[in-house]
Design a protein around this ligand. Structure first.
Ligand code: ADP
Ligand code: ZN
Ligand code: MG
Length: 479
């Protein structure tokens, strides 16, 4: 039987506020464990939360960017559960009246337009981080993350393949980044994703039983986890009766490359939601929503159109550039430094992306700035150094944002264009390769190319190819 895959995602994005959702502790990532904490976020009895207005504004911004309806009356609720990463024993979240409802993301995937509806966006506090010490019966807890504001974005089960789901997450990430509501650093956990997946026979209207996959923190892992689970379910359905997919939550174990059952429907949590009595309802005004709407920066789709109009680039080039806001901004900054857009795009999409890939970082953040990069491209376009040497210099300046001119001077990489200097090298090469000279005389013109290569080698790539070729041709014809 043929099966169709059905996927719905629940995404947690840390909102970019400086302080936590209910207290004034910093949200900065990477601080010493348990230093960004206070009696409020660690749940000391008797303390009272105060809602951070910035968090509300960021959620409105996210909702606006995603085409959601902003609910002018919404409220916080308590979601009760007991776990060491949650010192209050309940998470302050939103249950039946979230800040945003609906919304949609449309994107192209494999030649067709995919429309994924959003169910809702609600705001809530993050939990702490448990660190399980390997081979020891010890777990450490870092409460710095407790109380960091999250937007939980829930989609409808509208995706029909693993590829569609991956592409959806890319689109969502890019919109959140552009809107400036979240850093979306998956490797730091500021964008996390739970994936729900089920199969149903092709043609069947009714959805199959879904399995929820938790603990996925990169695009690669999301793809692996979904593919593995898709296969597992397909195999279950293909077996004889008696085997079936049970509704459960499974944890993705990246190291083992498989999903492990955490709890079935029977053991599902009963969260005993209650209205948060310590916080009043959130009432929003049109004026406030309008101001936020107007403050939205250029979104990816608009930027795409503008790039296509303003720069002579292909659709493919533009799509890659705008897929990451940082990359798009970097490109524009380089172009503003006076570099031809095509050249800037070629180098960014070729060399810079290759170096970033070598560094194996999920985020495309880099130290090199547009000014130093533009300086390098300038020297290359003026022919003072060759493309190849330019690439070497790029490697050299990349990590520490060095001044390329200094590096070129220090290493003596400027191209040799003076014929005097080059003539010396050409003469040496001709003397050292009598066979090639004979070949040339015998009519094998490709011998001059070989000599040219030798001159390049001897000059460590610094010989100006034009001048050099002229010299070789002159000399050979006179011999
Ligand atoms: P639950 O009641 O288990 O919380 P919801 O209906 O609230 O389920 O949906 C939670 C997530 O699961 C949503 O992202 C939704 O799109 C997705 N989902 C729901 N049903 C299915 C299904 N049959 N297959 C795949 N995903 C599903
Ligand atoms: Zn605090
Ligand atoms: Mg639900």
């Amino acid at each position: 039987m043929n099966f169709e895959t059905v996927i719905g995602l629940e995404i947690h994005a840390e909102l970019k506020s400086k302080t936590k959702i209910f207290c004034s502790c910093s949200t900065a990532f990477g601080a010493e464990p348990n230093t960004n904490t206070c009696p409020i976020c660690t749940g000391v009895p008797g303390t009272l939360p105060v809602l951070n207005e910035e968090v509300v504004n960021l959620a409105i911004k996210a909702g606006t960017a995603l085409g959601c309806k902003i609910n002018k009356f919404n409220k916080m609720d308590r979601k009760n559960y007991f776990y060491p990463d949650l010192p209050k024993n309940y998470q302050t979240s939103q249950f039946d009246m979230p800040i945003c409802s609906g919304g949609v993301i449309e994107y192209e995937y494999e030649g067709k337009t995919v429309k994924v509806r959003l169910n809702r966006i609600h705001i809530e506090e993050d939990a702490g981080k448990l660190i399980h010490v390997e081979d020891e019966p010890i777990s450490l807890i870092d409460y710095n993350r407790v109380g960091v504001p999250l937007a939980e974005i829930v989609t409808e089960p509208d995706m029909r393949s693993v590829g569609e789901a991956i592409e959806f997450l890319r689109k969502l990430k890019s919109i959140l980044e552009y809107a400036g509501v979240s850093d979306c650093r998956m490797e730091q956990g500021s964008l996390r994703c739970d994936a729900n997946i089920s199969l149903r026979p092709v043609g069947q209207e009714e959805f199959g039983t879904k399995v929820e996959l938790k603990n996925i923190n990169s695009f690669r892992e999301l793809e692996k986890a979904l593919k593995k689970e898709e296969k597992r379910q397909r195999e279950l359905y293909s077996f004889n009766e008696g085997y079936k997919v049970v509704q459960e939550t499974r944890r993705w174990d990246a190291a083992k490359g498989k999903t492990i059952s955490m709890r079935s429907k029977e053991q599902a949590h009963d969260y005993r939601y209650v209205v948060e009595p310590d916080l009043p309802p959130i009432i929003l005004y049109d004026e406030q929503i309008d101001v936020i709407k107007k403050s939205l920066p250029e979104m990816p789709e608009v930027k795409r159109e503008r790039f296509l109009n303003e720069y002579e680039l292909t659709e493919k080039e533009v799509d890659i550039l705008i897929s990451d806001m940082g990359l798009a901004m970097f490109f524009e900054a380089v172009a503003k430094e006076g570099i031809a857009p095509k050249m800037a795009a070629n180098w960014i999409l070729g060399d810079i992306l290759r170096i970033l890939k070598d560094r194996k970082t999920e985020s495309l953040e880099m130290t090199l700035d547009s000014v130093n990069f533009a300086k390098l491209l300038n020297v290359v376009s003026e022919g003072k150094i060759s493309n190849n040497i330019g690439r070497e210099v790029l490697e050299d300046i990349f990590d520490e944002n060095k001044d390329p001119i200094k590096v070129i001077e220090e290493k003596g990489l400027m191209q040799i264009s003076s014929s005097d200097e080059l003539e010396k090298i050409v003469d040496e090469v001709i003397v050292a390769n009598p066979q090639s000279v004979e070949d040339f005389k015998a009519g094998k013109t490709q011998a001059s190319g070989f000599l040219m290569g030798q001159v390049m080698k001897k000059s460590q790539g610094k010989a100006n190819p034009k001048v050099c070729k002229q010299l070789i041709d002159d000399k050979l014809s006179k011999l």
